[in-house]
Design a protein around this ligand. Structure first.
Ligand code: SAM
Length: 232
């Protein structure tokens, strides 16, 4: 893993912000399409997040670290009545997603291209129906575990913005991260794990399209856990 850049004084480690050079079309998307879809955190969030979208939506779903965007695009295309907020600081991933949004004419996606904790702190209380954290950076070395996105602080943030009964879905192929998340959510009064039997966390989420990182995990022989927590 490349040495991370710290986004601000005390939080948010992520890897490279930029990879290989962008194609002309991708650069144009970043310049012209992203500004119209990027959340403006300098303004207060609207009391009703549904007003962020040009088409009527009934629910709000947030995906943190969408990477290649396979999951976000799939969900947004199949569920136009939900407004999606996708957050991803990696420029090449954002450019790829913008191409898909344009090609598939998705009108139910808003974006943010920096640290997701900034969006979490911007969103109003009890305003989000569902949070997806899919294959977050694993930080496998014990001395780096504290850099993981799942933390007491970020679960407090999730708890504040999720509606009662809202869901937090987490997927990972890294056993220590799965255990880490189970322990953090068990110790957090706002979350209950919905699993009743092993199949519930061994079976992908309903309608799961898979993701690039999941495909990599399979190629390398690792299986995954799919955890769903309810905001009580
Ligand atoms: C291991 S990748 C997984 C990508 C995708 N979810 C998948 O399953 O293929 C983790 C992603 O989280 C993003 N990320 C890391 N820290 C983040 C943060 N603080 N806010 C938003 N995204 C973050 C990274 O840029 C990276 O794209």
């Amino acid at each position: 893993m490349t040495e991370p850049r710290r986004a601000r004084a005390t939080e948010a480690f992520f890897g490279r912000r930029k990879g290989k050079p962008l194609r002309e079309r991708q650069a144009a998307h970043l310049e012209h399409l992203l500004p119209s879809l990027r959340l403006d955190l300098a303004q207060p969030a609207p009391a009703e997040l549904t007003t962020l979208f040009p088409q009527p939506v009934k629910r709000i779903r947030l995906e943190i670290g969408f990477g290649g965007g396979e999951h976000l695009v799939h969900r947004a295309a199949e569920d136009p009545a939900t407004g999606f907020i996708g957050v991803e600081p990696f420029v090449n991933s954002m450019a790829k997603l913008l191409g898909q949004i344009e090609a598939r004419e998705l009108a139910n996606v808003r974006l943010y291209d920096d640290d997701a904790t900034q969006v979490l702190d911007w969103l109003p209380d009890a305003s989000v129906d569902h949070i997806d954290l899919l294959y977050p950076d694993p930080w496998p070395k014990r001395k780096h575990w504290k850099r993981r996105f799942v933390s007491k602080l970020n679960l407090d943030r999730f708890a504040r913005i999720l509606k009662p009964g809202g869901l937090f879905c987490f997927a990972s192929d890294i056993d220590t991260y799965v255990n880490w998340t189970l322990i953090h959510c068990r110790d957090h009064a706002a979350f209950e794990w919905t699993a009743e039997k092993a199949a519930d966390w061994l079976t992908p989420f309903a309608g799961w399209p898979s993701t690039r990182y999941e495909a990599k995990a399979r190629r390398e022989g690792r299986s995954s856990a799919y955890l769903t927590f309810r905001r009580v």
